[in-house]
Design a protein around this ligand. Structure first.
Ligand code: ACO
Length: 337
């Protein structure tokens, strides 16, 4: 397994992100709004998580609607039409429906047909899992250009009476057009892992085949996201550190080579602890969790595009993307801009 990754790192052919886009719903929910809904305070939320506000989808919006908006921007920024795409991969933990896939709903929303489309379920790590899959499929010639979307609508699966979880999440989507690189830029290495033994620490237990929706599962609120927050916290710091170091090693780079560290935005304390563990100076660590909350798979593509729009990504910059999520899953990608 590791051997394969090393081959990838040394392989001269690589994939690159041609363009990016993102979308966050208009409605803003602040910590002060939350104070009126559950027994919490702005002070607690900011100190424990770093979150100040988050975007909330409207009642009519579903995950694929967010995905379509982000995708339209990514296509426009890449000067492409949807007909130029050969495959849609959509990462999400909050699908429109159990089936069909949200990727198929997004395909419909984009007004295209016959383009293959499927979902990736890897929790907050889904966007990086998608990038790794895109590399394989593009470099082996299966397809030329992939629309990779990370879309999440967590506010419809959190229990708004549970202060432990409802303050943490927001809704958003990010999208990237991925194709083969024709220069030195692109994905240099990746590291990805999962541990299903720890799945129960972060899950929606009801509504699947293990526990089909019934009056009992609804009464017991098993259709909502459940999380052992402090356990998730510990594993996240450890695994994000591991993934980052392994991915860097596979790329033949050192910590000092990193220009931008883009961690999944779950909690400012997780981000800070990971940055510290890796010895990356805070000014190289990107954060936007204060504005969006935890938007799961959307957090890395949004961060990338915000840095891009701020013109902070210079040609040749080394970017380390790092994520951890439900599963548990964790992954890191080292990328040359
Ligand atoms: N407001 C006020 N008090 C609160 C709130 C709140 N919103 N939430 C919890 N508390 C209380 C608890 O009830 C507890 O009170 P007690 O001591 O009287 O029992 C106290 O605060 C401390 O609770 P802890 O859970 O120990 O708090 P902790 O410091 O661990 O912070 C948090 C909780 C923010 C959830 C943290 O553990 C965390 O961020 N964990 C990681 C979450 C995460 O990364 N999820 C990502 C994956 S999401 C995905 O993949 C879809």
């Amino acid at each position: 397994m590791i051997f394969k990754n090393i081959v990838m790192a040394k392989n001269k052919r690589r994939i690159k992100i041609r363009s990016l886009g993102f979308y966050a719903p208009e409605k803003v929910l602040t910590n002060l709004d939350l104070e009126k809904m559950v027994d919490t305070s702005d002070e607690w939320i900011v100190t424990r998580t770093g979150i100040r506000k988050r975007r909330i989808a409207s009642e009519e919006e579903a995950t694929s609607d967010l995905a379509v908006e982000a995708s339209k921007q990514a296509l426009e920024n890449g000067r492409l039409k949807v007909k130029d795409i050969d495959l849609i991969i959509l990462a999400t933990s909050t699908p429109d429906t159990i089936f069909p896939s949200t990727a198929c709903w997004a395909q419909k929303g984009l007004g295209t047909d016959h383009v293959p489309a499927f979902d990736v379920s890897a929790g907050c790590t889904g966007f990086l899992y998608g990038m790794i899959m895109a590399e394989g499929m593009i470099l082996n010639g299966t397809v030329n250009r992939i629309l990779l979307i990370g879309a999440e609508l967590l506010t419809k699966v959190v229990n708004w009476k549970d202060r432990n979880t409802c303050v943490l999440f927001g809704d958003a989507a990010g999208a990237a057009v991925i194709e083969e690189s024709d220069d030195e830029s692109g994905m240099l290495s990746y590291y990805w892992k999962a541990d299903g033994n720890l799945g129960n620490l972060l899950s929606i237990p009801g509504g699947g085949t293990r526990m089909p929706t019934s009056p009992r599962t609804v009464a017991q609120e098993l259709h909502y996201l459940q999380m052992k927050g402090n356990e998730v916290f510990k594993h996240a710091v450890k695994r994000m550190g591991e993934a980052a170091l392994e991915s860097l090693k596979l790329a033949g780079l050192k910590r000092e080579d990193i220009d931008h560290f883009i961690p999944h935005q779950a909690n400012t304390r997780i981000i800070e602890a990971t940055g510290k563990r890796l010895n990356i100076p805070p000014e190289k660590v990107y954060t936007n969790i204060d504005r969006y909350g935890n938007v799961s798979v959307a957090s890395i593509p949004i961060s990338l595009q915000e840095l891009n729009q701020e013109r902070k990504l210079k040609k040749g910059n080394i970017i380390l993307m790092d994520a951890f999520g439900a599963g548990f899953t964790w992954a890191a990608v080292t990328y040359r801009w």
